[in-house]
Every structure is written in C-alpha cells, then in structure tokens.
Design a binder for this molecule. Structure first.
Ligand SMILES: [Fe+2]
Length: 315
C-alpha cells in the first residue's frame, strides 16, 4: 500500500485520506490523521470495510464513545423496508436537515463516524458545512449581534418541524436503545441552552453552533429567533463551505461535530440504505450545557452527564 496521502477538498473543509488502513494505524499515521482532523474537520477514508469492532476502536482514538457501532437503516433484519410512516424512518428523515449530533443533549458529541454498508442507487449522500468559515464570512455587525446570544437545542422541536410528534420521536429513540444509549420524554423536554458562537477547544477557532435542533433564543420572540437562526443557516451552508460525499460501500468518514454541520440527502425510501454509526462523546469541560429547566441548570453541576441520551442522526 502506498504511503498515507491527505488530499484537501476544494471546499473550506474536508480531505480524502488514502494509503492507510484504519484497522492497522501506525503512530505516525495516527498523528497525521489527528492533525488533519483538526485542520479539515471532515476526513473521508475510501474503501476501508471496517468491522464494527474496528470502527469502534478507531473512534476510541478520539475519545470515549457514546455509541460504539449502531446501524442506522430503513431496512429490517428480514430485508423488508420500513414504511415512510414508521417512527424510526421519521427520525432518520429528520436528519436531512442540517444539524450537529447530540447538541440537544447536555453533552454534545465531539466526533461522529459513518461507514457505508448498503446504498440506494441514487441520493443518500452526506453533506457537511464548515461553521468556522461561516463565522469568518459574517459581517462585523452580525458577529457583534450574536456574540452573547444562545439558543435552546431540542430534538422534540426539530422533529416537530420535520413533521414528527413528540411521542413518535420518543418511540423511535427507544427503538435505538443500546448500551450507553438511553433517553426519556422528560429528558427530551428539557433542552440545553448553547451559545451561538463556539470556540473550538483545540484550535481556538470560533464557529457558528446552530442547526435544526436550535431554536428559542432567550430575549427574542419566536419569530425573530427563528428568522435569525434561519438566516445564519442559509448563509453558512453555501459553497465554498459545503462538502458532499457520494458513498460507496466500505467508505468511512469522521467529522468534528464541534465545528461542522451535516445532513443526509434524500433518496428513494423504498430502497435500503444501511450506515454504521459510531459517536465520540464531547469533553464535559467544553461540550456540556445544562438542561435549561433542570436542577443541573440551577447548580451548574453536570449531574445528568451519565444518564442523558445521545441522540441518533442519520447522516
Ligand atoms: Fe447526524
């Protein structure tokens, strides 16, 4: 195999990494990959064909996992396809809106990994948008306007906007239950409050921290809040700040949830799409936000860190 080669994309984020086997990384290769992760925020590794264990082991290089290896799919074990009205399908389709994983939980995600197992004939790509470059693209007046603003982040809110009711969303989450992965309607109803501008804990670069889970900016009426968040999202998710990947089975992508948004692109819902997902927990020192109405908010103590849901996202 040729030596590791990192090819930046033409966009402001993303790189394709070749000449490496993620299941057998040497120390120098890992150092190069970690540096590229911080620089480019999205890394595409074609043709890796990792097992679930290998994918989880790769994820652990970045930190503790909240999801080791979970299938996000519209296909049942018997090969039939879940109908579009299925609660889980509703949850998955919601993630065709720009988002960052687990921002609606007190501990947002550091990184996410997806690998492709089975893809539809067309559609089903994943896109990422660079929130560092988006912040840099803002005019000074907008930067000053948002500097001290925060927004609530709620999966119940974002799924309602996508057409799914709260009970269906909770039911879909429950169907994804796995070790280290749990949720309850009460927890979902107590969204965390997160600043609109996030400083990256490693690079120090500021970025917009928005997406479909964000709503309800304190100090603004609902309409003004929604308009501001929509305007920011519209400006942010444009070329040259957007990267798209057309998946082939065996491809692996890791991205930095602290500074990029992502979304799935639509596809024929009668065709199967199977992705394997691994999620790396955020650092409590920099990715924790207390539930807005919970006791942890009053005390400032991250008491619910271990019990809170890390929500899914088809990506
Ligand atoms: Fe996601």
């Amino acid at each position: 195999m040729p030596d590791l080669h990192i090819e930046p994309s033409p966009a402001t984020l993303g790189a394709t990494v070749r000449g490496v086997e993620l299941a057998h990384l040497g120390p120098a290769e890992w150092r190069a990959i970690e540096a590229a992760f911080h620089d480019r925020a999205v890394l595409v590794f074609p043709g890796q064909h990792l097992s679930a264990t290998e994918q989880a082991d790769f994820g652990r290089r970045f930190g503790d996992l909240s999801i080791e290896a979970m299938a996000f799919t519209n296909e049942n074990p018997d090969g039939t396809i879940r109908p579009v009205e299925d609660a889980l399908v509703g949850l998955l389709r919601g993630n065709e809106g720009w988002h960052t994983d687990s921002s609606f939980a007190p501990l947002a995600a550091k990184a996410s990994i997806l690998s492709a197992v089975k893809m539809p004939a067309s559609g089903g790509e994943t896109e990422w948008a660079d929130m560092r470059a988006a912040y840099e693209a803002l005019d000074e007046a907008t930067r000053q306007r948002i500097a001290t603003l925060s927004a609530l982040h709620s999966l119940v809110h974002s799924q309602a906007v996508a057409g799914q009711g709260a009970s269906s969303t909770a039911s879909a989450l429950a169907s994804l239950r796995s070790p280290g992965y749990s949720s309850s309607p009460d927890q979902l109803a107590d969204p965390p409050l997160r600043p609109l501008v996030k400083t990256h804990p490693v690079t120090g670069r500021p970025s917009l921290f928005i997406g479909r889970h964000a709503y309800g900016i304190p100090g603004m009426g609902p309409a003004e809040s929604e308009r501001l968040l929509a305007d920011l999202l519209d400006l942010a998710c444009r070329p040259p700040r957007v990267l798209q990947h057309r998946w082939a089975p065996g491809d692996v992508v890791i991205w930095d949830n602290r500074c990029v948004l992502h979304r799935a692109r639509p596809y024929d819902p009668t065709q199967p799409r199977i992705m394997h997902h691994t999620r790396v927990r955020g650092d409590p020192a920099t990715e924790y936000a207390a539930p807005s109405r919970g006791p942890a908010h009053a005390s400032g103590t991250p008491s619910s860190l271990t019990s809170w849901a890390e929500g899914p996202g088809r990506s």
